[in-house]
Design a protein around this ligand. Structure first.
Ligand code: ATP
Length: 146
């Protein structure tokens, strides 16, 4: 059975680059998108969410704030706005970002600011979710259905 070579990069760094991947699940614009080997060529947008890469018994959970995915001949390239592996997420920073965004939303000042605050809150919540799922797996449990 063929497998996938997966590269997840941002403008700043390579977040993940491995071959031998069995499957990945990405937050597509129309819901969760599963990619298996022999997938048809694809170029589409990713929305902010949790991304999972499955390789044998190993599963890597990442937070991604949006970007593009290209699938071609068992090669998957993801260009992300920002992406972090669950274990690299700074919980205190994400909690602080969540607190700040919630505070701004509660103050209800300025429409543009509200939209920005909603997006900031979403990013913080995704990071906290990816971190929680990573910790849960470390403890031996399976991630909850999303
Ligand atoms: P903050 O308000 O805490 O700066 P942010 O949502 O504005 O967060 P982004 O603009 O999405 O941050 O990302 C900026 C950079 O910081 C990216 O490289 C991203 O991977 C990293 N980053 C943001 N939040 C975290 C976090 N909680 N843990 C680890 N890296 C993070």
């Amino acid at each position: 059975m063929p497998n996938l070579k997966v590269d997840i990069v941002t403008a700043e760094r390579v977040v993940f680059s491995e071959d031998g991947v069995d499957r990945l699940i990405v937050p597509g614009i129309e819901g969760e998108l599963g990619v298996l080997p022999l997938h048809a060529p694809l170029l589409t947008t990713i929305k902010p969410g949790v991304l999972r890469v499955i390789k044998g018994e190993e599963e890597t959970t990442m937070a991604i704030t949006g970007g593009f995915i290209e699938v071609r001949e068992n090669r998957v390239t993801i260009l992300a706005d920002a992406a972090e592996r669950g274990e690299d997420i700074d919980a205190a920073r994400a909690e602080e970002a969540r607190r700040r965004a919630e505070e701004r939303l509660a103050s209800r000042e300025g429409t543009i600011d509200m939209v920005q605050a909603e997006m900031d809150l979403k990013r913080a919540l995704i990071r906290l979710k990816a971190l929680e799922q990573t910790r849960r797996r470390r403890r031996g449990g399976s991630p909850p259905p999303s």
